[in-house]
Design a protein around this ligand. Sequence first.
Ligand code: PLP
Length: 873
Amino acid sequence: MLRHLVKAVFGIVREATGYARTALVERDVTTRDRRRAEAVLGFLLHMGPIYIKLGQVAATRSDLLGPDWVNTLRTLQDRTPHMSRSDTRRAVERELGGPLESVFPTFDLEPVASASVAQVHVAELPDGRKVAVKLVKDGVPGEIEKSLRAMSTLLRLVDRCSSRARQLDVSRRFDEVARLLRPQADMEQEARQQQRIGDNFSGHAYVRVPAVQHELVTPRMLVMEFVDGIPGKDADRVGISRRQLAQRMQDTVNTMLYLHGLSHGDPHPGNVMFTPAGEIVLLDFGVTAELSEDEKWGLSSFYYACIRKEWQVATERFTRFFVHAGPELIARRAEYDTDMTRTLTFHFDISSNRWSTVSYFNDVNEVLRKYSSRYTANFTKVELVFLSGEGFASQVDPEIDIWANARKFTDRYSPYMSAEVEARFQDVFSQQMPTSLQLRERAAGVLVAPTHIDRYFFPSVFPVFVHRASGGRVSDFDGNEYLDLCGGYGPHLLGYGHPAVRAALVEGIEGGLVNGMGHPREVELAELLVDAFPAAERALLCNSGTEAVLFAVRMCRGQRRRHKVAKFEGHYHGFSDQGMVSSWFRFAGDRDAPEPIAGSLGSDPATVHDTLVLQYGDVAGLDRLREHADDLACVIVEPMPTSVVALNTPFLAALRRACTELGVPLVFDEVVSGFRVAYGGVQVMTGIEPDLTCLGKVIGGGLPCGAVVGRAGLIGMAKSSQDPFSDYENRIFAGGTLSGNSLTCAAGVAVLRHLKAHPELYRQLDDHTRRLAALLSRAAHDRGIACRVKARNSIFSVTFSHNGPELYRDRMTGSNFKATIALAYYMRKHGVYLPELHSFLISAAHTLDDLDEIAHAFAKSLDEMLADHLFVT
Ligand code: PLP
């Protein structure tokens, strides 16, 4: 370290003398700045790799340095020496542990590129494949460590002596940069990040990440597929327009930040190549930026507020998610708010058509400095990504409207359609279904929403008001008929107004409506339910799926005398506080160790806190179940989660084994899947039996209904012992005025009897599901649209994404919501009713011709959506 400090001092003296000779006579500030920058540049080159790297990173910090500094230091990207041929051979053989030729029959010892830390060679594998070999330069890792330590010591000294340095928090900022730089020479770490980012882009229309040759990766050498691309600075040689290329570049960066939450850390032209067809090849993953679910949410919600010109909200969100508030900010919050709001207004509103990422970040930093505050460490990285990526996009096409282009991402949680598209729909629907639009206005005066519930982001912008519903179709008051794929969100498996159900209802009405007293239909429905599930001995009837879950959880809590509930991320169990924890819309924590988060304002925080959130399909994650078993009342799961339409039988078997071993009751929520995927449900299909099953939807034949079925022991928790004192201590209470009423039970019995008598309906539904899924996938594929259709047993999920989301959090954050929402309206225009942003369902009433009609409407919708620029291309 001492030698290093002497070298540093010598370098400083040498450059300072040169600087003094020329700059002292210089009066002009700009020229003086450039001279200073050149002196520092000379010093960095003199000091070696890590200083060069630091200079490169500093060159991206236009928030800290003026333009002359930035431009001068940028030249470091091209001026880096490489190892001699013999040193290179020695280094490769050291990494391989044998002669170079044993692995690479040909290896060009002259590098094709040389950066501060590593140099890149082209080689060939024995099977003839061409690879790029990235080799860390000799001595660099040691140099990095020594230099970082020496610099850190120096800066701490400076910190002590200079109040200005303390105010700028120089020492701590350096530590942040040092954290970025340390792993630079770790090729194993880089290979892992490259693989992860590559996986995120697998199947993407135009982003490529070279495949890693993992078996040849060592701590100092990374071998990957060789891509013979066009250097990032030569955009002219690419066969698509500069405008499109620039948009692709910006979209690539936004996809990584907003959707994947894992981004290349410095996408400047030196780290990107193009193919002649306009594909973008990302290289060099030494620095990456990773955003938590919370930060992704913060980023979207901040920019969304900016779009809506809600500057106060934007300021609050930005500060909450991305700022370490210093004492000045806390003491003078109102003033800070005014300053930050003014800055945001200026950039997003007043000069948004002259958007400059650099000056935006400069101004934001200025405000933060004024209040002795700073970004969070992660936002520092995000800023670097935006600066490099958007800077690069602007270089490719100086005319690019960065801000307009970003809207695909920034407002993707919203029901926003471009004003033009929305106006067009307004026109179309006021012609097509004027009565529905009138009813929509009337409803707005008295109802929360035209369709009785208003769910954050399942908007009913153009709702259909139904006049009649029959079979697989509904019609409105203006004479339009729609093929219906909503199925009332689940109950209408047989289609609307099935003759068996109608007859049962007529008979039920004639018998008078009975509730709160015994009647045979209730017994009959319970018999059918108990008979359908091998693991069931008793049933308890209620009015909805939500109620069924409430009862099941209460039964388990009562029996186990524990209150904590384990559940799975993205599984919705009705609208209770417990049922909605981490169920939709928002997630928290790591993907393999999610943290509970409330599904709605007004939820009881204790309920949320006392929920253990697991990941469906993650067998290793069941260890967390074991850790918490002693506090758990039960585990509840959607055995076939409908939001992502997945069924993982081995996982369910592992979960069953774990619950049995731990003595924790397992509850299957089959509110959707019950009697839809098979007579019974997923448990009948898989043979995996829960302790309790929650039901709803289909079992009520279209009327409000729910049920819990299971072994007599657990269900018996709701049965009185005829000793009120013992009941209070040992039993749970189950109420519900209309539970098991005669009309609901009559409809339910009719549906279940029909399904039981016609097992062929399930085979038909499966065939139809496969057929429609294939038709939809083909329509998207033929148009080059990234679209995943997941479908099983009459349930469909369509996402516009290059990746098939395995986890619900990926579906929620990884797809083009705007297109999915808009799809519902395009389909409506073409006579198909699709629920907005929701899984959709086919019924037994849909014919083969209906499926063709749906596929045809889908194809027409996609064409129009392409024309309306709803897809990221
Ligand atoms: N469980 C699941 C899996 C659901 O999908 C739903 C509703 O969609 C419920 C429970 C709640 O059922 P309900 O809306 O009848 O209360």
